[in-house]
Design a protein around this ligand. Structure first.
Ligand code: ATP
Ligand code: MG
Length: 261
């Protein structure tokens, strides 16, 4: 059986009265890796946050369907339970909750009541993934992200991803702030999940991540929309030539989301 399908249809999103997303269309199927690129401020993180249900973002039009079910009508925890995962560009620090407790609660939140993961099984699985991602075991006992370096926070997002095993993951600039070795480790983790069930949307600025994780499709966002899609060669051309040629081709003068003043 193929995995889940996430369909984003004509999605319009406002923040404090400003329309940021102006009709995004994108479909990710189980087994597919999609990359979303685009200049700063063109709506990539807004797309990720809106799909996960961040309260700041108001959806004014469109729909997001996971296997035909309307995600926009679900609470945030229901979205996670349904199999969606967001690896954040700026992960939050949560004082008072250890990484390990957070992970176990997140796993249990996706399981039925009475079917919680046994503690020893959880510890074994967590230790395996900590090893795989070359994360110091002590980190699991520290408060979530508190005082973590930029790279440690990103590794921690992949730790969550690998333990939670979602159907569809959205990873927002998971490569930013990573040193070269960490980039390889994080990519190795993401690639390990690759199978015909798992779908992934990878937001990134750089081809270097895509050297390790080959996307099936690459999309470019400008002005709050997907303006161009292609294969991995599109990302290579962007790396070599930047965005000007797309703007010329499409007659776009300002790639940013227009702000009303
Ligand atoms: N609370 C807010 N109020 C007003 N504008 C906002 C707010 N949050 C985001 N925006 C604007 O929305 C636009 C899109 O932001 P977003 O974070 O989605 O961009 P991005 O494509 O992820 O950029 P980057 O590549 O720099 O991460 C930006 O112009 C940003 O300033
Ligand atoms: Mg962003």
């Amino acid at each position: 059986m193929a995995g889940s399908t996430l369909e984003i249809k004509n999605l319009h999103v406002e923040i404090e009265g400003n329309e940021i997303l102006k009709g995004v269309n994108l479909t990710i199927k189980g087994g597919e890796f999609h990359a979303v690129m685009g200049p700063n401020g063109t709506g990539k993180s807004t797309l990720a946050s809106a799909i996960m249900g961040h309260p700041h973002y108001e959806i004014t039009e469109g729909s997001v369907l996971l296997d035909g079910k309307e995600v926009l009508e679900m609470d945030v925890d229901e979205r996670a339970k349904a199999g969606l995962f967001l690896g954040m560009q700026y992960p939050s620090e949560i004082s008072g909750v250890t990484t390990s407790d957070f992970l176990r609660s997140s796993i249990n939140a996706r399981r039925e009541e009475g079917d919680e993961i046994p503690l020893m099984k959880f510890i074994k699985e967590m230790d395996e993934v900590l090893d795989y991602l070359e994360i110091d075991k002590n980190m699991a006992q520290r408060y979530l992200n508190e005082g973590f370096s930029g790279g440690e926070k990103k590794r921690n997002e992949i730790l969550q991803l690998m333990l939670l095993k979602p159907e569809i993951a959205i990873l927002d600039e998971i490569d930013s702030g990573l040193d070269i070795d960490a980039l390889k480790v994080v990519s190795k983790g993401i690639n390990k999940l690759r199978d015909d069930q798992f779908g992934c949307l990878i937001i990134t600025h750089y081809q270097r991540l895509l050297n390790y994780i080959t996307p099936d499709k690459v999309h470019v966002m400008m002005q709050g929309r997907v303006v161009k899609s292609g294969g991995p060669e599109l990302a290579q051309r962007l790396e070599a030539e930047g965005y000007d040629w797309i703007k010329q081709e499409l007659g776009i003068e300002d790639e940013n989301v227009e702000q009303e003043v």
